[in-house]
Ligand binder design. Structure first.
Ligand code: PEP
Ligand code: MG
Length: 570
């Protein structure tokens, strides 16, 4: 038996033969040619063919209801019109090189540019350019790539799979996916997640001679066993059956209330990044959206998105999900999410720097563009607006003043704005958690951003891979701040949700419910498992010893000393 380790992307067990997926390798003619016009013509014909293929893949994925995947091919088709990319290829051909040579060097240079960007999202886009390069070369060499997957069901092992390769796979023959390269942010990883295939990436050591061998992919443990021992076959076959039964049971929870055995109801909402996620919200039966990270609208755009462009994105989501509540967080740029066109200064400590609402309050016109777009979209559904990275009451007041100013402007222009829009803030700094009583007076809801709350409370950089050992997602200081925030919110009739990753942690669900959390907003795939967790919880056992209904106890609570330390030690 051989064991190869990787990084897990999608949990699951796949059992079957390995198929090594090998994309063709082309010998490119390095010699100069004299007929430049002929090469330009061949290049253009290949470009048109690949663009048609990408548009066809887009249509196919749309028809099958895979909007996220369809978006990838739409972007590919657009990339093939990119003037910089096309000009650089034409320049190479004008020096006498072949169309194949120009595709290899021109597309490689563009991929390299993406690879060298600071932002992980853009780094992952280099794989899209390489995907297009390979498709162009397939066409120029007239290769037949139809049967690379083989004809039997198999665990596919590839160097890295490009999105267009991935969607061309026959899903009925795909048991699981292993790649030697790849990143968790790549489109292949996104596709694997949306298809729910057991997947590991960066499994560097797996060798080609595994082709055809029997194996078990155990992505729970981030590894693949080749020619596994019998005890593993028995154990993991049983685990696979268990998973299938669980999955089938989870599907039955669609439409069922998210309510504990003793009748405590919590709202289970989804975290999304834009209109492409509408389907996932509906398919996973989320009751609303607790966090629409609007910065993805900015990250997906080459230039600062206009009011109309933003309006279109927000309207699409609100309309597509009405009458569900959709909470759109205002732009949370800065720290790890950087955008060239924002021209932000380089900082020593970007996580503690000029980010999120701090940028918005200093760049009023930029902020107003987003607020006006949000207000205009508000009549198309049920909108909530949330401000990130708040530490002080004046910041919330200023955000609300600017929002009011935008509302007045729009009304004067004769544009409609919804009558009721819930206003909230992220509680993601210790300062906000400790001042929750004062902040609650200003807003309808709080949403605990536990990713940043943990980072700032524990002084653990959330981006650093070296701090794994010191990082404790259940640190008592963070849990105490969460509980205190829920209680503070309820003293002022402010509802409280959690939209950080901790919200989906099944080990904490019962604690959060016990503390009276009103909403948990998680990635769409976690909705049904979380509903299952909620429906199996029984809080009645705690009722004998402590109150579970802070809202009902608001008057008594108000008598207690104010402030976190007063309450903790009272
Ligand atoms: C958080 O900080 O917990 C959060 C939800 O926001 P983000 O992860 O986008 O910073
Ligand atoms: Mg945050």
């Amino acid at each position: 038996m051989q064991t190869f380790k990787g990084t897990k992307i999608v949990n699951g067990i796949a059992i079957g033969k390995i198929k090594i997926y090998k994309a063709p390798v082309y010998e490119i003619n390095e010699e100069l040619v004299s007929d430049i016009a002929a090469e330009l013509e061949r290049f253009e014909a290949a470009r048109v063919k690949v663009q048609e293929d990408q548009n066809a893949l887009y249509e196919k994925e749309m028809k099958e209801g895979h909007k996220d995947t369809a978006g990838i091919f739409e972007a590919h088709a657009i990339m093939l019109d990119d003037e910089d990319l096309l000009d650089s290829c034409k320049e190479i051909m004008s020096e006498g090189h072949t169309a194949e040579f120009a595709v290899r060097d021109g597309f490689e240079a563009a991929a390299e540019m993406f690879r060298n960007m600071d932002d992980e999202y853009f780094q992952a886009r280099s794989a899209d350019v390489i995907d297009l390069k390979n498709s162009m070369l397939d066409v120029l060499f007239g290769a037949d790539t139809a049967n690379l997957q083989g004809t039997e069901p198999a665990i596919l092992v590839a160097e890295d799979l490009a999105p267009s390769e991935t969607v061309k796979l026959d899903k009925s023959l795909l048991l699981g996916l292993v790649t030697r390269q790849g990143s968790s942010n790549s489109h292949t990883a996104i596709l694997a997640r949306s298809m729910n295939w057991p997947t590991i990436i960066q499994c560097h050591d797996i060798t080609d001679d595994c082709d055809g061998k029997f194996a078990i992919l155990d992505s729970y443990n981030s590894c693949i066993y080749v020619e596994p021992a019998q005890y593993l076959i028995d154990e993991l076959t049983a685990k696979q059956h268990e998973d299938r039964e669980k999955e089938a049971k989870l599907q039955q929870l669609k439409g069922k209330p998210s309510e504990t055995k003793d009748g405590y109801k919590v709202r289970l909402y989804a975290n999304i990044g834009g209109p492409k996620d509408i389907n996932a919200v509906i398919e996973n039966d989320a009751e609303g959206v607790g966090l629409f990270r609007s910065e993805f609208v900015y990250l997906d755009s080459k230039t600062d998105p206009t009011e109309d462009e933003q309006f279109a994105a927000y309207k699409k989501v609100l309309e597509g999900l009405a009458p569900r509540l959709v909470i759109i967080r205002t732009c949370d740029i800065g720290a790890d999410k950087t955008i060239d066109y924002m021209k932000l200064d380089k900082e020593e400590n970007p996580a503690l720097g000029f980010r999120a609402v701090r940028i918005c309050l200093n760049r009023r016109e930029f902020f107003k563009r987003q607020l006006r777009a949000l207000l205009r979209a508000s009549t198309f559904g049920n909108l909530g607006i949330m401000f990130p990275m708040i530490i002080s009451k004046w910041e919330v007041q200023e955000c609300k003043e600017i929002l009011e100013e935008c509302k007045k402007e729009l009304q004067a222009e004769g544009k409609a704005v919804a009558e009721k829009i819930e206003i909230g803030i992220m509680i993601e700094t210790p300062a906000a958690a400790l001042c929750a009583d004062e902040l609650a007076e200003e807003v309808d809801f709080f949403s605990l951003g536990t990713n940043d709350l943990t980072q700032y409370t524990c002084a653990i950089d959330r981006q650093s891979a070296n701090l794994e050992r010191f990082s404790d997602t259940h640190h008592p200081a963070v849990l105490r701040l969460i509980r205190e925030t829920i209680e503070a919110g309820h003293r002022h009739n402010t509802w409280v949700g959690i939209c950080g990753e901790l919200g989906a942690d099944p080990e904490l669900t019962e604690e959060f419910l016990k503390w009276g959390v009103d909403e948990l907003s998680v990635n769409p795939k976690s909705i049904l498992p979380l509903r299952d967790r909620v429906r199996n919880a029984d809080l009645s056992k705690y009722k004998k010893t402590e109150s579970l209904e802070p809202k009902a106890d608001a008057a008594a609570e108000a008598e207690k000393p104010k402030g976190l330390f007063g309450r903790l030690f009272s």
